[in-house]
Design a protein around this ligand. Structure first.
Ligand SMILES: [Zn+2]
Ligand SMILES: [Zn+2]
Length: 261
């Protein structure tokens, strides 16, 4: 089982100041087999700007790839906010550049976001979580441009609730539908190790959900730290790889030109 970090942000993302070179050095230090940069692009994000200077981002990562080619495999990707209100622009952007890998993430629903809490207004936790998974299902059905779905239960990070945890059993029918759709379309999931900060014992999603995905036939999986600073690159990636092995996966998936290696 290879150990990879396939979800990292740098100063090309609106919410990070990290130097991509530092990410590479940390990845080598952490003994990772392969990494992929996945800076953010969200169309029309309600508050912050998630524009992306794709050309400059591409040139920078290409130069690093060349410089470190004897030490680590470096891929160039993007974390694309899947938003049904911008489907055409999103698919077009992905087609326009030679990305190796695309994470599809749900950060915005009906022009409301989670970080500042707008999405949760006037909703019970159950209503908010159900809507989140229903919208995720719509997105994975509608979009084709991504390789893996980012942080499946990302909503667990946010919301004005004392107990933010997601009770997956309540929405398991929808989550299963999400998994089945992904599997049918040849797409995967990631475990996002930033979840270890909030949940202590697992990433996003938890291993019961990863097991569920496996049992339904899913075999495409990546590991990502969602690092916005270099010190987090590679964090808990080995732990996740070991868990994957216990579940039964033979290896993680890596990508070139948006095709599985
Ligand atoms: Zn994200
Ligand atoms: Zn991210």
């Amino acid at each position: 089982m290879r150990v990879i970090d396939y979800h990292m942000h740098t100063h090309f993302s609106g919410d990070s100041e990290a130097n991509p070179r530092e990410h590479v050095l940390q990845a080598i230090k952490m003994n990772l087999d392969e990494i992929c940069f996945t800076d953010h692009r969200d169309f029309n994000y309600p508050i912050d700007s998630f524009e992306l200077d794709v050309e400059n981002y591409y040139q920078t990562i290409q130069a690093l790839k060349e410089e470190f080619k004897d030490q680590i495999t470096i891929k160039w990707g993007i974390e694309m906010g899947l938003d049904l209100e911008h489907q055409e622009e999103i698919e077009k952007l992905i087609q326009s550049y030679p990305f190796d890998f695309v994470i599809g993430s749900i950060h915005v629903i009906h022009h409301t976001e989670f970080y500042y809490g707008e999405f949760f207004k006037g909703k019970t936790k159950e209503e908010a979580h159900r809507e989140f998974f229903e919208e995720t299902l719509k997105c994975v059905k509608a979009f084709d441009c991504f390789n893996v779905l980012g942080h499946l239960d990302y909503i667990v990070r946010y919301g004005p609730y004392q107990d933010k945890t997601v009770d997956h059993a309540k929405y398991q029918d929808i989550i299963d539908e999400i998994f089945k759709t992904l599997i049918k379309k040849g797409k995967g999931i990631e475990v996002n190790t930033s979840g270890y900060k909030d949940l202590k014992i697992c990433g996003f999603p938890n291993y019961e959900q990863v097991q569920r995905y496996y049992d339904l036939g899913g075999r495409i999986i990546t590991i990502g730290t969602d690092s916005h600073t270099s010190d987090r690159v590679g964090e808990n990636c080995l732990t996740v790889a070991k868990k994957y092995q216990e579940i039964g996966f033979e290896d993680v998936s890596t990508f070139t030109g948006r095709v599985k290696d």
